[in-house]
Write a protein that binds this ligand. Structure first.
Ligand code: NAD
Length: 475
């Protein structure tokens, strides 16, 4: 772990294994930290805040630029590590490293744009000054599916704002986290400004993060179940909270869209990271008029997606994170099949030959999906594309909104009125209009409803780490 500028073991001396999900090989060991380690990290961040919060935005920006440079220089090694530890194909790992690095560069720039306001008053002898200041020590918890970009998406804005932080990485991907903290160390961030704890059992760490009076803010990315529980604990202690949670994205193909183009977009999007993305489409609604062409193109595309070890050339879908993830996907597909869905491609786990020691599920297309199927409501987090054919254009937005999640939605249309109506009518934080990649460091990312609170990226992302202070001046 990285605490107060030094690499340390867990106080208990315990460690845990890190494995490659493609073949089960042990690829490293990391400290199994506990509450005392989390407390030591919080204390380091608390002490460092006194000086770090008083540095200039220019000083903080220079260090963030340096970290971005180092990340860019090490991109090849980081991508290899990510594929080995997390499983996504090497090309996708490279993309994630670039996306992750961009949060450091963008917030190096944004650090210098944090500004207050000078406001008039109704009293002639009074002026108001609005000052933005860092909230304090930030506790961050991150998931395994994007094991680098989910860290920098929090670290970039928190550090730019003048906060110090303690981060607990996911137990499946602590080696990627370690590599990122090596970069912050080498970039010259002062001791205590960034701290990393790792753990096999995250619960005691979560308890410190949500109850320690020295922590001002909790930022979490992960499942809705854990995020809402931690947000509740933290809110009870009046900490600031941002949570980026799960999703169940609709993907709507309107009658005026080109169904072949839309199907190509859906295939490219659905199998990213083996479907283990919070913005992965989970319900593909296609109008009857384009259904045959859409399903035919998707059948052909899904049939060509090659599953395997992400290190191998041509692999489009890597392993799932663990056996429980494979079992969840299998349960959803079996339920759909039992309730009358057709499965023209895939529909089973892959366990022969090279697949035997990994956690693989075949790239799968399910058609004839109905709202009584589990897959229609539950996040899949696997390589399964569920298709629903609809007739009534007027009610498709209501169908798309029929979920307690509200993260991402996608729309294919060539009609500007339909595009605006869908953009305004969908109750989701992110809407891609003929666009399957509506994310960037410069844009606010986040969800409505059970998909979370707060935004990451963009101007909104740094505001999550700033207090607003009002000064009244009588002159
Ligand atoms: P998870 O909630 O199981 O774990 C996320 C993190 O929380 C991990 O670091 C884990 O160790 C930690 N954690 C788990 N239980 C904890 C506890 N009791 N106390 C403290 N920490 C605890 O989720 P996951 O399976 O790692 O990630 C997948 C989920 O993340 C999916 O639902 C996905 O949609 C979501 N996700 C959301 C976004 C987003 O930006 N909205 C991005 C990526 C992933």
């Amino acid at each position: 772990m990285y605490i107060n500028g030094a690499w340390v073991d867990a106080q208990s001396g315990e460690t845990f294994e890190v494995t490659n999900p493609a073949n089960g090989e042990v690829i490293g060991h990391m400290p199994a930290g506990g509450a005392p380690d989390a407390e030591a990290a919080v204390e380091a961040a608390h002490q460092a805040f006194k000086t770090w919060s008083n540095t200039t935005a220019y000083q903080r920006a220079d260090l963030l630029y340096r970290a971005w440079q180092l990340m860019t220089e090490r991109a090849g090694d980081l991508a290899q590590l990510m594929t080995t530890e997390q499983g996504k194909p090497l090309r996708a790992s490279r993309n994630e490293v670039n996306y992750g690095a961009d949060f450091l560069r963008w917030y190096a720039e944004e650090a210098k744009r944090v500004a207050g306001e000078w406001l008039p008053s109704s009293r002639a002898d009074q002026r108001f000054l609005v000052l933005k200041q860092p909230v304090g020590v930030v506790a961050a918890i991150t998931p395994w599916n994007y094991p680098i970009s989910m860290l920098t998406r929090k670290m970039g804005p928190a550090l730019a704002a003048g906060c110090t932080l303690v981060l607990k990485a996911a137990e499946a991907t602590p080696l990627c986290a370690k590599a990122i903290f090596e970069i912050f160390h080498d970039a010259g961030f002062p001791p205590g400004v960034v701290n990393l704890v790792t753990a096999l059992d995250p619960k005691p760490i979560g308890e410190v993060f949500t109850s320690d009076p020295r922590v001002a803010k909790l930022t979490f990315t992960g499942s809705t179940a854990v995020g809402s529980m931690l947000a509740g604990q933290a809110a009870g202690n009046l900490k600031r909270v941002s949570v980026e949670l799960g999703g169940h994205a609709p993907f709507i193909v309107f009658p005026d869209a080109d169904p072949v183009h839309a199907a190509k977009g859906a295939a490219a999007l659905k199998f990213l990271n083996s479907g283990q993305a919070c913005i992965s489409p989970n319900r593909l609604y296609v109008h009857t008029s384009g259904a045959d062409a859409f399903i035919a193109t998707l059948t052909e595309r899904v049939g060509k997606v090659k599953a395997g070890n992400g290190m191998s050339e041509g692999v489009g879908v890597g392993p799932l994170v663990n056996e429980a993830a494979v079992a969840k996907v299998a349960r959803q597909v079996d339920d759909a099949r039992d309730k009358g869905a057709a499965i023209p491609v895939g529909g089973s786990r892959l366990s022969d030959g090279d697949f035997a020691a990994g956690h693989f599920y075949a790239p799968t297309l399910v058609t004839g999906v109905t709202d009584d199927m589990v897959i229609y409501r539950e996040e899949t987090f696997g390589p399964v594309a569920p298709v629903i054919v609809y007739d009534d254009v007027d009610s498709v937005l209501d169908q798309a909104n029929d979920t307690h999640y509200g993260l991402a939605a996608y729309v294919y249309t060539q009609n500007i009125n339909t595009a605006f109506r869908a953009f305004e009518g969908l109750r989701f934080g992110i809407v891609g209009i003929n666009d399957v990649n509506p994310t960037s460091a410069s844009a606010p990312f986040g969800g409505m409803g059970d998909s979370g609170l707060g935004r990451e990226g963009g101007h909104e992302g740094i505001a999550e780490y700033l207090e607003v202070k009002l000064g009244g001046f009588s002159i």
